[in-house]
Design a protein around this ligand. Structure first.
Ligand code: CP
Length: 310
C-alpha cells in the first residue's frame, strides 16, 4: 500500500483512534457545521448495488462542503464493460478527484486499487471480503447504546459466510477486551475459517450454533441471506432462506437492555412489527452511517489526522 490515507479493512485502526473517531462523529451528529472538504471532489465508484453506503457517503461529502462525481452501476456503465482493469480505472479517476469511495464485487479489489491509486481509496465493500466503514458505524451504534466496546456478548445471525459487514465488525470488536461472539448460522453459511482462526489465535471467546440464543446477549446482529452470492445454486439458497426470522415475540425474549441490529437491506429476517420494539436500532444504525462517514472523510483530508498511522 502507498502512503495515502486508504481505508481498506477494519484491522487497520487502533482502539484509541476508533473512540476518537466516534467523538468526532458525535459532534457531527450534534450539528457541527464545519466544511473541511471545500475544494475537494470525491468519486463514488460502485460496481455493486447500494442504497445506504453510496448515498450516505455522498451526503457526507456535500454536508462537509465537497463535491461528488458518481457512477452507481460501474460494472455496466463504466469502461469496465469494455474490459478495463480496476487498476487502470483507478489510475484515471485518481487524476480527476481527491478520494475514491469504491464498492466492488471481488474480494481484495480495494486493496488492489490502493496499490496504484494517487488518492485515498475508501473500501465501501469488496465482494464477501470486508466493509470497514459499515463496521465503524455499527460499532458507533453499539458504543452510543452501551458506552463501551468491551465486555459485550454479540450474537451474529444469518449468512455469516457471505456477510462482509459481519466479518469487518468481528475484526473491529476483537480489538477490544473481553468480547464474546455467538455465531448462529446454517452449516453451509458458517463463519469462514480465516475469522475463526484469527479468533483462536487471539484467544477470543466464540461459539458456533444453529440456534438463536435469547439469554445473556447484549447485541443481536442479524443479516440477510445473500441470494446474489449463490450464483445458479438456487436449491441451496432455498434450503436456508427464511431459516432465521426475528418477529416481535422472539424480540421480546431478548434481554430488555439488548439491541437488535441489521446492516440493511432486510428481506424477511426481521418482521416489521419489531420496528417499534425498544430493542430495534437498525434505522438509527443506518443514520449513524452519515455521521461516521463525515468523521472519516474529515480524517482523510485532515492536516494532522489521528486515524492513520504514519
Ligand atoms: N449496509 C449496506 O452496505 O447497505 P447498502 O448495500 O445499501 O449500501
Amino acid at each position: 500500500m502507498n502512503n495515502q490515507r486508504h481505508i481498506i479493512e477494519s484491522q487497520q485502526f487502533s482502539p484509541e483512534s476508533i473512540i476518537r473517531l466516534f467523538k468526532l462523529a458525535l459532534k457531527y451528529e450534534q450539528g457541527e457545521k464545519l466544511k473541511p472538504l471545500e475544494e475537494k471532489i470525491v468519486a463514488t465508484l460502485f460496481y455493486e448495488p447500494s442504497t445506504r453506503t453510496r448515498l450516505s457517503f455522498e451526503s457526507a461529502v456535500l454536508r462537509l462542503g465537497g463535491k461528488v462525481i458518481s457512477t452507481e452501476n460501474a460494472k455496466e456503465f463504466s469502461s469496465a464493460s469494455k474490459g478495463e482493469t480496476i487498476e487502470d480505472t483507478i489510475r484515471v479517476i485518481g487524476g480527476y478527484v481527491d478520494a475514491i469511495v469504491l464498492r466492488h464485487y471481488e474480494v481484495g479489489a480495494a486493496k488492489r486499487a490502493s496499490l496504484v491509486s494517487p488518492v485515498p481509496i475508501i473500501n465501501a465493500g469488496d465482494g464477501v471480503g470486508q466493509h470497514p466503514t459499515q463496521a465503524l458505524l455499527d460499532a458507533y451504534t453499539i458504543y452510543k447504546r452501551f458506552g463501551r466496546l468491551d465486555n459485550l456478548t454479540i450474537q451474529f445471525i444469518g449468512d455469516l459466510a457471505n456477510g462482509r459487514t459481519v466479518r469487518s465488525l468481528v475484526y473491529l470488536l476483537s480489538k477490544f477486551p473481553n468480547n464474546r461472539f455467538i455465531f448462529v448460522s446454517p452449516k453451509i453459511l458458517r463463519m469462514r475459517d480465516d475469522i475463526l482462526e484469527y479468533l483462536v489465535k487471539h484467544r477470543i471467546d466464540f461459539v458456533e450454533t444453529e440456534e438463536i440464543q435469547t439469554a445473556g446477549v447484549n447485541v443481536n446482529y442479524i443479516t440477510r441471506i445473500q441470494k446474489e452470492r449463490f450464483g445458479d445454486n438456487m436449491e441451496a439458497f432455498h434450503t436456508v432462506f427464511g431459516k432465521y426470522v426475528i418477529d416481535n415475540e422472539l424480540a421480546d425474549k431478548f434481554p430488555v437492555t439488548s439491541i437488535i441490529m441489521h446492516p440493511l437491506p432486510r428481506v424477511n429476517e426481521i418482521t416489521v412489527d419489531v420496528d417499534n420494539n425498544q430493542r430495534a436500532v437498525y434505522f438509527q444504525q443506518a443514520k449513524n452511517g452519515l455521521y461516521v462517514r463525515m468523521a472519516l472523510l474529515e480524517q482523510v483530508f485532515a492536516s494532522k489526522p489521528f486515524l492513520f498511522s504514519t
